[in-house]
Write a protein that binds this ligand. Sequence first.
Ligand code: SF4
Length: 220
Amino acid sequence: MSRMFGFIVKTWNPVTGCLHDCYNGKCWASLICNRFKKKWGYDFSPRFHFERLNEKFKPNTLVFTVSMGDLFGWWVKPEWIEKILNKIKENPKTTFFLETKNPPRYWHFSIPKNTIKSTTIETNRNYKVSKAPSPLERYKAFKYLDGVKHVSIEPIMDFDHDVLLKWISEIEPWKVSIGYDNYNAKLPEPSIAKTKALIKDLKAIGIQVEIKNQFLKEVE
Ligand code: SF4
């Protein structure tokens, strides 16, 4: 996962950990989990925190569900996912933000309506910086999902403008979030001018863009 999205009000982590092993070990969630493992009593190995199913939620809030892992990773037991989706269904006035780099697995579950489904597509190219499905596989799986969707283009990597723009326009997200790597993961990054051109064209086709870096905010 990337650092937090600006529109999130609360996080809820009944599952933590991830085996996608992204960005040369510079995944934000793994860095935080490993830094606090003594204090928290767990590391970044996948686990289910059963007691967190007792969490209470306020209506009209947006809750990032599993910000410290990947809820739909291939290793997550289906019964864990079902328990979390049932809890979401029990709180219809709260909106739950789901994010995964394995969106084909969204299709295996009945996802409640009070959710925003998200995936990360940092580029259209396959740079092999993660054990997650490739960006092409994520796009194909995510494109035909219904409901409210979000795409995280973070940490952005060099891309083919027309291809990535086409993918995002076909996905029809409510919003995209765009940002550069903050952890010196030595990723193949695009120029700032190229990213600004993408932001401009996304806005031109009516897509809301959350810009994560101050230096990107001045877009003509
Ligand atoms: S999918 Fe997200 S949580 Fe998992 S390793 Fe990659 S960046 Fe970290």
